[in-house]
Design a protein around this ligand. Structure first.
Ligand code: UDX
Length: 458
């Protein structure tokens, strides 16, 4: 790649690397995207997107077409860039702690690639890493493999991301903050300038601190958000046990208090996704290593794990027993508008249903293929909501897809064997379902006694 305009390389083209690279390319920067997966690189080079994220496909296509972005498996090409972002994965170890193997390898490889180069190179750790990693691991590895100390020729920053799936491009274009953990002033200035070129006149609140504090901010953010979800789910479970309790009204009211705020107060089946559980587990393991047991965070995770049982309990309340009952699960993705089922509450709910010998059919508009790889074989995967509902004695609304909000009550009534609805996301109103038994998370209900129907003959 020709020198002259600023160029940036990314090591690791997962979700974070790709979305950030695409946005930087759209702002006129020259990007080199590196990944060890040759198949992925070949796809990307053709302008094809390996993951589902609104806006990413068109951005990548035009960047490839304009040659603003080049993809390669050759990590030595990072020497052509001025700045390298490390965006490799940080998977979990068996005990929940994170594995830094890929981060370490990336640091080693960047160092080797820039070893003979004379130009200043800034390395930015964007992967989610436990506090202390940039200073305690990346820095010594990088210094040793590059043969130069951090300082005049080598810069180093931590720069966590806060992207949510489904809105990663919008989040990158309009961040609520930028967090920079600078190893020294020159490194911090260089990264601030890079972001100024992206956001131009817009003043994005920028926190400049040391790398360890920056890394902690990422975990604190996810710990706090997950805590809110488990807190509102706890309140929901209490409301549910009150004859006329309603968590939605409670959330609306408390959300008006500016000290609380209204977001992340939606009760549901428990959080899923690739970050909350993984990051909480990593943060818990890390804290224990510091001789501090973060009991609050352990409880947040425990509440989340148990929330699936709360949903299953609602269906048991409607059906009496789950054995041989036909249950339709609408929604498998961990939230709407994604095909991701990682840590999805649907998986925990289905596991519990299957353990109780229920017969489960499931449908998702986008996540069927991913779900197929992880669900027990006996779960029937339907091709649409109607066939999923056919013959069901209870329907659990698991993911808040618009499609499920719009399904006509008549469809439920005509297709289902018995009209029992469990709304795990509060996407429908009780009033929609006249003549149904409708139970919802966080909604107290005085149920008429449900006759226990005979199990369908097989
Ligand atoms: C999250 C963080 O938002 C993001 O900043 C971080 O970088 C990665 O983790 P993501 O996993 O994409 O992003 O999803 P998010 O939209 O935050 O939702 C996480 C889970 O919490 C979902 O299962 C969602 O359904 C659930 N949730 C969220 C609730 O149950 N109630 C809420 O009020 C909000």
């Amino acid at each position: 790649m020709k020198r002259g305009s600023e160029s940036v390389s990314f090591i690791g083209l997962g979700y974070v690397g790709l979305c950030t690279a695409a946005v930087l390319a759209s702002r006129g920067m020259k990007i080199i995207g590196v990944d060890i997966d040759g198949e992925k690189i070949a796809k990307l080079a053709k302008g094809e997107t390996p993951l589902h994220e609104p806006g990413l496909g068109s951005m990548l296509k035009s960047a490839v077409k304009n040659r603003r972005i080049q993809f390669t498996t050759d990590i030595d090409r990072v020497v052509e860039a001025d700045v390298t972002f490390i965006t490799v994965g940080t998977p979990s170890n068996q005990d929940g702690s994170i594995s830094l193997t890929f981060v370490k390898k990336a640091a080693e490889d960047v160092g080797s690639a820039i070893r003979g180069a004379d130009a200043y190179h800034l390395v930015v750790v964007k992967s989610t890493v436990i506090p202390g990693t940039t200073t305690g691991l990346v820095r010594p590895v990088l210094e040793s493999s590059s043969g130069k100390p951090c300082g005049p020729k080598l810069g180093l920053c931590s720069n966590p991301e806060f992207l949510a799936e489904g809105s990663a491009i919008t989040n990158t274009l309009h961040p609520d903050k930028i967090v920079i953990g600078a190893n020294d002033e020159k490194s911090g200035d260089k990264l601030v300038k890079l972001y100024q070129r992206i956001y131009r006149a817009r003043k994005i609140p920028t926190i400049i601190t040391n790398p360890t504090t920056a890394e902690t901010i990422k975990y604190a953010s996810n710990a706090f958000l997950a805590t809110r979800v488990s807190t509102i789910n706890t309140i929901a479970n209490i409301c549910q046990r009150l004859p006329s309790g309603d968590v939605e009204t409670v959330a609306k009211a408390i959300g008006l208090d500016p000290r609380i705020g209204s977001v992340y107060l939606k009760a549901g089946p428990g959080y899923g996704g690739s970050c909350f559980h993984k990051d909480l587990q990593a943060f818990i393991a890390f804290s224990r290593g510091l001789d501090y047991d973060p009991v609050l965070l352990t409880a947040v995770e425990e509440v989340n794990r148990r929330q699936a049982n709360e949903i299953v309990k609602l269906s048991r309340k409607l059906l009496g027993t789950l054995e041989n009952r036909r249950i339709a699960v609408l929604g498998l993705a961990f939230k709407k508008d994604t095909d991701d089922v990682r840590e999805a509450a649907s998986l925990r709910v289905i596991e519990e249903l299957v353990n109780n010998s229920a017969s489960v059919s499931a449908y998702d508009p986008m996540a069927i293929e991913n779900a197929r790889k992880v669900l027990p074989q006996q779960v029937e995967l339907a091709t649409d909501s109607r066939s999923c509902l056919k013959g069901a004695e209870c329907c659990i609304l698991m993911t808040e897809w618009d499609e499920f909000r719009q399904l006509k009550p008549r469809a439920f009534k005509t297709l289902m064997r018995t009209p029992n609805i469990v709304d795990a996301r509060r996407i429908r109103r009780q009033g929609d379902f006249q003549g149904f038994n409708y139970l919802a998370v966080g909604l107290g209900a005085t149920m008429p006694p449900i006759p226990v129907l005979a199990a369908p003959s097989k």
